[in-house]
Design a protein around this ligand. Sequence first.
Ligand code: NI
Length: 242
Amino acid sequence: MLCTLPDITTSSPSDDPELGGACLCIPEVSAMFFWRVCMLMLAALVPMSASAHPESGIAVDRLGQVYFVDTGGAWNIDTHGSLIQIPRNSSQNLRSNAMHVWEHLFLTGEFRARADLLSGLTLEQVTLRPIGASHSIYEELWHAATWQRTVVERDQATGDDYPRAAPEHEQQWDDVVRLFLDGARAAVAWAESPERLALEVEPGVTMADELHSLAVHNAYHLGKIVALRQMIGAWPPAHLGG
Ligand code: NI
């Protein structure tokens, strides 16, 4: 056992004559805090991948470091079991870093920036459907943008999975690009508040879970769009170069 706690139920002023009657009892709140720290120190010694528990205000990174918040501020228990208070501006940095993670997932990370990936296409190019392809570029993005809007706006209405007709004007393509990018920014905006991310949208499923699934769905269809651009000779975007 790494941590022991004084037996506060048996301590009394007369139990220890060497202390001259001084009380060894510790306040109940302090005891609870001590236990909490002990439990977190144990957690810090167990290797695990990054995880968070919004309900408890406790997070563990992939190195096994534990972060938690109490009325005294934000705290870190490192892998050696040391308890360190995180300066207030660092707490703000943690939130800022969380925002960067979501921007990475939805707007800029892992592959080409989404705005660049969707740029430099004509109406003719986005309506082509090469032999063997299930959908055109316009149809792929319309589908991804529509589903994204459903998720970020918590819209329960069901509609078509894909457009019923091909666009006749380039403005329709521009509109669906804007719908997709606005939706991606709206997804990132959910991360501005841990409470919003922790919102339970159905039993056992939080908004953070929904957004992670959405990011994967976007990546799948954006990958298909890049493949279509390659098939029709429209990749990389000519005006941006390789
Ligand atoms: Ni899909």
